[in-house]
Design a protein around this ligand. Structure first.
Ligand code: URP
Ligand code: ZN
Ligand code: ZN
Length: 492
């Protein structure tokens, strides 16, 4: 069999197991996996001594988002270039209706942001910000290829907040139309109260940006997760908790899953590698995001959730603000633009802290970064795994070669990084998107605007009738594979 491209002699991670061998690509699609594939007339990508893993799906990003009085600094050009350099081949953003606008307006607006700029494939979760006016538009959006919706339990001042009536009603609708509701779960009124109590000149002088984590104790997230899980249980509507940051949240999700509630949880890599000690730093305000990074105990509990299965997905919640934008706080923590850059470092951080530090195996990492996100978001088997028939979306990473995180050498528009100076393995030496090399020798070589919108017909755990098994996400216990085992496997 002839191929357009052969990825040669890599340590290839597939759903059927990991093997050292080749991947044959015809056009945009994987057409063969095997040993010594025919390279006659084919472009050969040498992967010897490298891991070849499925392209990463970052299913939680905010590119060019108007938020906190400014606009997030990575757009579809810089954001998707940053992603590609970190082995990301698909992003899912959140399309938010303009004031007084419909769900269709939100999709149209975000389509325009991506069009002509995206280097990799993309789609959007559709945000419901005015449930009463927008509820009858949900079916039409599903028919248009958008199967995931989002509601925020906070952000009243942005005009995005949903109340319990909206959450309950939307979950009922999700059940009816086989779609999934993503929820930002934090307890709005308690958060408002804690912020108001601390918003005094004396306390701001005394504590500075430390007031950000101080006014966001764990119960703010924990109570909200409990409440929305209850509505999922009552309605049977598919629920997905975004950016879960607390151990208590993980406990609630685990218990709910055990009694059959259709709830899935995502954490973000910052909650696995950072803790609230960052606020002791002089530049601690840079780290303000929402929800806030929590304690070392939460970090360990979330890793446990990744291993045991209650955490199904690791994403980034990329919402980049430059130093200048972060400086808008001017001593008042309530004015810090909340969010962190992340697309470029998702895979390197998960690989280094997860795989090389022995917390999860290489295969488990691929499940959390690629296969589960693709299945849950209705993009499997086209995306999310190295198998015949799938899009040839691949990341080729060296097992041990580390690069020092340095914003000036990165694709993101951020002029700082939460991980500046960290030595991380797992940056993509080569990234392929639908068979095309878009990162070569750690540098972006792909053309902006080549990324495509991905229509979907399903989401969540229910699955499509044609592929019930494919939709089952992996939740089983994971087997840690240590660095020396990987070294042995790659050298064998
Ligand atoms: O700090 C964050 N996460 N900013 C983006 C908005 C959100 O809540 O995801
Ligand atoms: Zn959020
Ligand atoms: Zn977000």
């Amino acid at each position: 069999m002839r191929f357009d491209t052969v990825v040669k002699s890599g340590n290839v991670v597939t759903p059927a197991g990991t093997f050292v061998g080749d991947i044959g690509i015809t056009g945009e699609t994987i057409t063969a996996l095997g040993l010594d594939l025919d390279t006659d007339g084919a472009k050969v990508v040498d992967a010897m001594g490298h891991h070849v893993i499925p392209g990463v799906l970052d299913v939680h990003v905010h590119l060019e988002l108007p938020f906190c009085g400014t606009v997030s600094a990575d757009d579809y050009r810089s954001g998707t270039r940053a992603g590609a350099r970190g082995g990301v081949t698909t992003v899912i953003d959140f399309a938010i209706p303009p004031a007084g606008g419909s769900l269709a307006d939100a999709a149209d607006l975000w389509m325009k942001k991506a069009d002509g700029k995206a280097l990799i494939d993309y789609t959007f979760h559709i945000c419901i910000t005015k449930y009463q006016e927008q509820k009858d538009q949900i079916n039409g959006m599903v028919e248009r290829g958008f199967t995931t919706f989002k509601e925020f339990m906070i952000y009243e001042s942005e005009g995005w907040q949903s109340d319990d009536r909206a959450l309950y009603g939307t979950l009922e609708k999700m059940r009816e139309c086989g779609a999934m509701l993503l929820v930002h779960a934090e307890s709005a009124r308690i958060l408002d109260e804690l912020i108001a109590r601390h918003h005094t000149p004396e306390l701001m002088k005394q504590y500075g940006a430390r007031l950000h984590p101080m006014t966001r104790p764990n119960f703010v997230e924990a109570e909200a997760i409990q409440r929305v899980v209850q509505w999922s249980e009552a309605t049977g509507g598919q629920l997905y908790i975004v950016h879960m940051s607390t151990g208590e949240g993980a406990d609630t999700v685990r218990a709910a899953q055990a009694r059959g509630v259709p709830v899935i949880a995502e954490t973000c890599v910052q909650y696995l590698v950072l803790d609230d000690s960052v606020f002791e730093r002089e530049d601690g305000h840079l780290f303000a995001c929402c929800p806030q990074v929590k304690t070392p105990k939460d970090v360990e509990r979330l890793w446990e959730g990744v291993r045991r299965g209650e955490v199904s997905v690791i994403s980034t919640d990329t919402c980049t603000f430059t130093r200048e934008q972060k400086a808008m706080w001017n001593g008042d923590w309530t004015k810090i633009p909340m969010g962190l850059p992340g697309l470029e470092t998702l895979l390197p951080l998960t690989y280094t802290a997860g795989v090389l530090d022995g917390r999860i195996s290489l295969e488990d990492m691929c499940v959390k970064l690629s296969t589960n996100p693709a299945k849950i978001m209705g993009l499997y088997p086209r995306k999310g795994a190295i198998q015949v028939g799938a899009d040839a979306d691949l990341a080729i990473i060296h097992p041990f070669h580390r690069l020092t995180v340095s914003p000036s050498a990165m694709e993101t528009n951020a002029d700082w990084s939460p991980y500046e100076g960290w030595d991380l393995a797992g940056f993509a030496r080569t990234t392929l998107s639908r068979g095309e090399v878009i990162v070569d020798d750690y540098k972006v070589v792909g053309r902006e605007g080549r990324g495509r919108w991905l229509p979907r017909t399903s989401a969540g755990l229910a699955g499509s009738p044609s592929e019930p098994k494919a939709m089952r996400i992996s939740r089983g216990p994971l087997s840690p594979l240590r660095a020396r085992d990987i070294e042995r496997a790659v050298r064998a």
